[in-house]
Design a protein around this ligand. Sequence first.
Ligand SMILES: Cc1cc2nc3c(=O)[nH]c(=O)nc-3n(C[C@H](O)[C@H](O)[C@H](O)COP(=O)(O)O)c2cc1C
Length: 227
Amino acid sequence: MSPFAPDSFSVLSAQRHSVRAYRQEPVHAHLLQQLLATARQAPSGANLQPGSFVAVQGEARTRLSADLVAAFRAGQQELEDYAYFPQPMPALLRRRQVAAARALYGALGIGREDRAARDAQFERNFCFFEAPVALVVTVRSDFGSGGYMDLGMTLYGLMLAAQSCGLATCAIGALASYPGLVRRHLGLQEDSSIVCGMALGYADLQAPVNQTLTTRCELEEYFRVVG
Ligand SMILES: Cc1cc2nc3c(=O)[nH]c(=O)nc-3n(C[C@H](O)[C@H](O)[C@H](O)COP(=O)(O)O)c2cc1C
């Protein structure tokens, strides 16, 4: 038997993709807790287990999203808690970024020049894509890159745990654009950095936005053998 026969992990990871429209079917609190417990099995340096998750719901969620949308529409800018993208973006990465945007806006039939439609889609980040579960991911501000690396493993664990239960997710880096605003709403102090948001719920499979298909670069582009 081939050692490359599909196993449950490779099937799960191939099936997972970012979902940006959800059915209005609630996710039970107990299931959400189980998913987070599974994700927390991720390894971390010295087992420090960096990062925290806040599920924002009810009025608190409505108010947070309303203020985020208002800030975005007003063109407000905040200093982010951490640098995400290389500045300036190297050409190779820029091509990948453009391809991802083309996949998303292409699925929605939004043209390159249609700024208003692109902004409207971007704004949906701040409403957690209307997913039944809205998570805010934070980390102590004194963690360096290693802490973010560890937390990334937990995030991927959460995505795959959700996928294994028939749920879908989308990480929302856009939330990190307004760290002060998010902190105020969640009652967090300056020593909590806002890493990202996450939408979680049951995918609306009919929604055009969920037809977005991204690809990955060739193995040779990121793996080589020396010696
Ligand atoms: C940390 C992180 C932040 C992200 N932030 C956003 C975001 O703000 N808005 C969005 O629509 N997608 C966001 N994404 C989804 C990526 O665009 C997506 O993962 C990538 O294009 C690959 O597509 P796939 O997840 O469908 O495989 C984010 C993904 C990650 C891992």
